[in-house]
Design a binder for this molecule. Structure first.
Ligand code: ACO
Length: 478
């Protein structure tokens, strides 16, 4: 069966990347920490150690990645995204009955009809998919925790005299107790158990809800943007297969399902990257897990982070063919441009996720006429970048270099690549937030103040005349 072929490809790749499992980045980042700790810190907190974790370890020198003690290669070869999510959250692989319970919870949490209805009352298709996802995630929070219902916010649709495109606003309030226009408030009953759910920021239930919900929201956003109605989840499908089904409207082949599953496993966690750190910073204030994951989504959106895989495909299209790569690369280097899909803060060798995805791309591309020219262009670009910058600056392809092309082969629109990253990374975000809150300390680094002291405050009138005096004396001295 071709599905087994994928396991063979992964295992063959694994044999080529034999790891020692030891840290090789000189930071002793696998030792227990005795606080306070002395470490060398670069800008952007490079090298700073913020906490201890068992969730995962990125060995940048060796080019390996571990989740809760298991090598990513083994997890890709033998596990599933559902099992990996359980592993990240609970610290161990589930027994058969634990897995069944967890999986049932994920399947149950796929259904978000009320959240989708609320989301579709807004013009979601006009939002960037990541903005739409963040909006949808916030609606999940509201639906689940009912937090904001306590003050029973009025619906703008109930404003008197509101038409489709505007809401009435008071232009001349008279300072009276009653406004000219008033909202009809309609308090919804808050479910009995809502307080428990909303107060338990570390709830596993919330984690499962977010992991499942992120896939449902992302698929629905893709459908809405294509002027189609969201597709109801299918409880009989795996997380990966159901996600592809809800997004594309087609039941994926076993091979497509397996490739999607591997991609989800590979992106599930990756150390203290910007989005994970953002989630943890928000969680450390004891804000709830929905706000924390919202922060992760916001950070992931940037082109230096989750947005890179979309950029890679744009660049490959822009190059316009294998024969143009040399010229394009020379121009890019002259401008000192960063090539999307290359380089990494931690890996100073090949990113192991890229190593796994590279042969899988060839497998899934088959005879895909649209993607094959892009793959040829990518191969040529990789050769040039590695020859030029590999030895000197330790710049190699990262996971984003191949993931976008794989998603293209699976029929996923480019604008959905970054949301797909979130569909997977939400497992790592929730696991790390969950772990950090057990020994929480609010994050509070310092910045060096390099500004001035003791400046005299001048009222705005004086600032203009002072500026004129300065200008006059400058002209005189010429
Ligand atoms: N192309 C060309 N040169 C590069 C690249 C690149 N992609 N990345 C780094 N360099 C060079 C820099 O110009 C710099 O050279 P210099 O020392 O001569 O000034 C040197 O390598 C170090 O680069 P930094 O920007 O300091 O590395 P940093 O660790 O801060 O950045 C980052 C890492 C953001 C990933 C960077 O490599 C980059 O911008 N890559 C392109 C975007 C990308 O692919 N992002 C995805 C990252 S993986 C992920 O988020 C899943």
């Amino acid at each position: 069966m071709r599905k087994d072929k994928i396991t063979d490809i992964i295992l063959k790749t694994a044999r080529a990347m034999q790891h020692s499992g030891k840290a090789e980045d000189g930071l002793a980042s696998t030792d227990r920490v005795k606080w306070p700790i002395t470490c060398i810190v670069g800008p952007g907190l490079e090298g700073a150690i913020a906490c201890e974790t068992k969730v995962g370890f990125v060995n940048g020198g060796e080019g390996s990645l571990i989740y809760q003690g298991y090598d990513i290669v083994d997890l890709c070869a033998f596990s599933s995204f559902e099992e990996v999510s359980y592993l990240l959250l609970h610290g161990q692989l589930p027994t058969r009955s634990q897995f069944k319970r967890f999986n049932n919870k994920l399947v149950e949490c796929r259904f978000l009809p009320n959240t989708l209805r609320m989301m579709m009352s807004m013009r979601v298709e006009e939002l960037h998919p990541m903005a739409a996802l963040r909006f949808g995630e916030n609606l999940m929070r509201q639906r689940r925790t009912w937090r904001d219902s306590e003050s029973a916010r009025p619906s703008p649709e109930d404003a008197i005299a509101a038409d489709e495109d505007s809401i009435a606003m008071e232009t001349r309030p008279r300072g009276e107790e009653h406004a000219i226009y008033e909202f009809k408030t309609h308090k919804q009953a808050r479910p009995e158990d809502a307080r428990k759910i909303s107060d338990d920021a570390t709830s596993m239930e919330a984690c499962a809800y977010l992991i499942s919900g992120m896939a449902t929201l992302t698929a629905a956003i893709a459908r809405i943007r294509a002027n189609r109605m969201p597709i109801e989840p299918d409880p009989s499908l795996s997380h990966a297969a159901n996600f592809l089904y809800m997004m594309t409207g087609k039941r994926p082949s076993p091979e497509e399902e397996r490739i999607m599953d591997v991609a989800l496993i590979l992106h599930a966690d990756h150390g203290m990257n910007a989005s994970t750190f953002s989630s943890m910073v928000v969680a450390s204030t004891l804000s709830d897990i929905y706000f924390s994951i919202g922060a992760g989504l916001a950070a992931l959106n940037g082109p230096l982070h989750g947005g890179a895989n979309e950029q890679v495909v744009h660049v490959l299209r822009e190059i316009g063919g294998e024969e143009n790569v040399v010229g394009w690369y020379e121009r890019a280097r002259k401008k000192n441009a960063k090539i999307p899909g290359f380089g990494h803060r931690v890996y100073k060798t090949y990113d192991p996720r890229a190593v796994i995805l590279k042969p899988l791309l060839d497998f899934v591309a088959g005879n895909n006429e649209e993607v094959l020219p892009l793959i040829k262009t990518a191969r040529m670009l990789e050769k040039l970048v590695v020859e030029d910058l590999g030895k000197e600056k330790k710049i190699f392809p990262n996971v984003d270099f191949y993931s976008g092309l794989i998603y293209s082969c699976l029929g996923i629109p480019e604008e959905m690549f970054t949301p797909i990253f979130a569909v997977s990374r939400v497992a790592g975000w929730t696991a790390r937030v969950h772990e950090y809150l057990k020994n929480n300390r609010i994050f509070r680094p310092r910045a060096m103040y390099i500004g001035e002291f003791n400046k005299k405050y001048i009222p705005v009138r004086g600032r203009d005349s002072r500026k004129r005096r300065h200008r006059r004396s400058a002209v005189k001295s010429r």
